[in-house]
Design a protein around this ligand. Sequence first.
Ligand SMILES: Cc1cc2nc3c(=O)[nH]c(=O)nc-3n(C[C@H](O)[C@H](O)[C@H](O)COP(=O)(O)O)c2cc1C
Length: 427
Amino acid sequence: MERQDVMNASPQPGRAANILGQPFTLPNGSVIRNRLAKSAMSETLGTLHDNRPTPALETLYGRWAEGGVGLCISGNVMIDRRALGEIGNIAVENERDLDALRRWAAAGTRNGTQLWMQLNHPGKQAPKGLNRENVSPSAIPFRPDMARFFPVPRALAEAEIEDIVRRFGRAAEVARKAGFSGVQIHGAHGYLVSQFLSPHHNQRGDGWGGSAEKRRRFVLAVLGEIRRRVGRDFPVGIKLNSADFQRGGFTEEESLDSIRALAAAGIDLVEISGGTYEAPAMTGAGAAKASTRLREAYFIEFGEKVRREVAVPLMLTGGFRSLAGMAAAVESGAVDLVGLARLLAVEPDAPARLLRGEEPLQAIRPITTGIKPVDRMALMEVAWYTRQLHRIGAGGQPRPGESALYAFASGILQNGWSTFKRNRALA
Ligand SMILES: Cc1cc2nc3c(=O)[nH]c(=O)nc-3n(C[C@H](O)[C@H](O)[C@H](O)COP(=O)(O)O)c2cc1C
């Protein structure tokens, strides 16, 4: 059968469950108990003033671990407290919070689940007023309609770049010591790693920019430093854009070349996503072709291309909704792991159902208020899902039916309009 036919064929529920239930062994021998992975969702459950992990994380991650997922990737954890992406981020700069991180890791690895910490630096993608200043490879402003919310960044000095590379390594070492099963570099969605890779955001003329190879130097330096600190047996993955969907941005060809270079440098897992704040394709906005949407996964065609060209474990995230769609993607050989985000915010035990051969109970619907300016800025999507994560973290149940208008109104009442706007950004 042609791959296209395989993707369109729907395995029977029992067979689909068997496909998703197969363990997956990473090249370093580490075993993920099934093919379902929770993709990163920023919980913003850190303390507001000093970015420390809170007990709500233990409740939330315990719930996911018991819900059957094989690999659970944390929301983005910042490697520098001076560079946050959102209010309430957790930051890991040293062993200050080792005990709290240990409790989080212990809860999230229950039931044989692997828990990886996603490490991030937002670069320029941090809203005005959150950090003292924002930095980036080059001082390129945001597109005009977003420039009101995001300041023009300052270009990093070389010594600062080297410091950031060391910080990624240090945070990974702390994650390992705390009992996390691996780490993931956030190289997608327009944050600092992704800014370095992009010819639009990185217009440096020194050793860190100017050619595709030099733009790749930063991510390879980060991987090298992490590896030096954690050793070969500790899984290190990366989330990478298939493309930025931005004129003059990171293309599929460059993404493929980056994946080749990362595979040669010993990355253990590549998760494919796409988009940036300026072109938010990661949640399906506009980027996917109709044929792709029909096949659920937004970036499956790129996943297939990578699979043909590079021998590296692959996870694909964005758009997976049905048992048949997930199983078909694995069975076709295009991907090894299926990444799920929004579904697991409203149905944390969906993996257990899928592994029994049952469809998820919840359908992912557009989160809109009907108030045009709010919906145009996609203010609600992240805010609404974050509310669900907070509910689970507080020991309660998500409310899949909650109206976006109600959530919007209570968000404004609780936090005020400006904080709500500041928090809107998608991690
Ligand atoms: C509330 C929320 C927070 C997110 N935070 C992160 C994050 O911290 N890191 C990241 O790589 N992606 C983040 N994402 C993107 C998701 O990981 C995922 O790529 C996207 O939601 C598409 O997958 P889905 O269709 O299964 O939801 C976030 C998405 C949502 C809805």
